[in-house]
Ligand binder design. Structure first.
Ligand code: HEC
Length: 169
């Protein structure tokens, strides 16, 4: 190796070493800044751990001696059933009749199928269709299986006929 090459090698070598030192220092600084949690973070974490442990250690039940007041328990309040007569025909169709009449399940005339509804209407008349819906007909359960009044059934039948494009009073 010539002297020139030696100098070049040493210069490069020193350069690399300096770069490594700078990198090390930078990593140390970075690690101390971000790595370990601060004192207050540690305390918060410990408090949370303690809280969770206490929650887990709570007894699952307690014996109440007779005469002791009832503890307040969140009691499931049953939802008040929708008062009869509050549903619009459209809502009844959606919640009761649609399950069969949307898809034609069990051979039910499909909603909006004008021909199917017209055939029934002209051959039987509105009153018969309504009484079929009230009392049940073939595979159709009385009132579609819902507890709705005769009037509601009638209004719902009218609604279904009208949505199929038929004119009924
Ligand atoms: C469990 C399925 C089912 C439900 C729910 C149901 N239907 Fe039906 N419905 C049928 C079937 C099936 C037929 C056809 C019966 C046949 O022709 O034998 C039918 C037929 C009818 C008819 C024609 C009756 C006739 O005499 O031709 C009307 C009107 C009717 N449904 C109205 C209703 C109304 C209104 C509701 C909702 C309150 C309802 N349906 C809910 C199954 C159902």
């Amino acid at each position: 190796m010539s002297k020139q090459e030696d100098t070049k090698f040493i210069k490069t070598f020193i350069g690399v070493i300096i770069a490594l030192i700078v990198l090390t220092v930078a990593l140390i600084v970075l690690a101390t800044r971000t790595g370990s949690p601060t004192e207050s973070e540690l305390q918060a974490r410990q408090a949370l751990d303690r809280e969770r442990a206490e929650e887990r250690l709570q007894p699952v039940g307690a014996v109440r001696l007779s005469g002791e007041p009832m503890p307040e328990i969140a009691q499931a309040q049953p939802e008040p059933a929708a008062a009869a007569g509050t549903q619009t025909p459209e809502q009844v169709v959606q919640s009761v009749c649609a399950s069969c009449h949307d898809t034609g399940l069990l051979g039910a005339p499909t909603r909006g199928d004008k021909a199917a509804w017209e055939a029934r209407l002209t051959s039987k008349g509105l009153d018969t269709l309504v009484s079929s819906a009230i009392n049940g007909f073939g595979a159709m359960p009385p009132r579609g299986g819902a507890s709705i009044s005769d009037d509601e059934v009638r209004e719902t039948v009218l609604f279904m006929l009208r949505e199929a494009g038929l004119e009924v009073e």
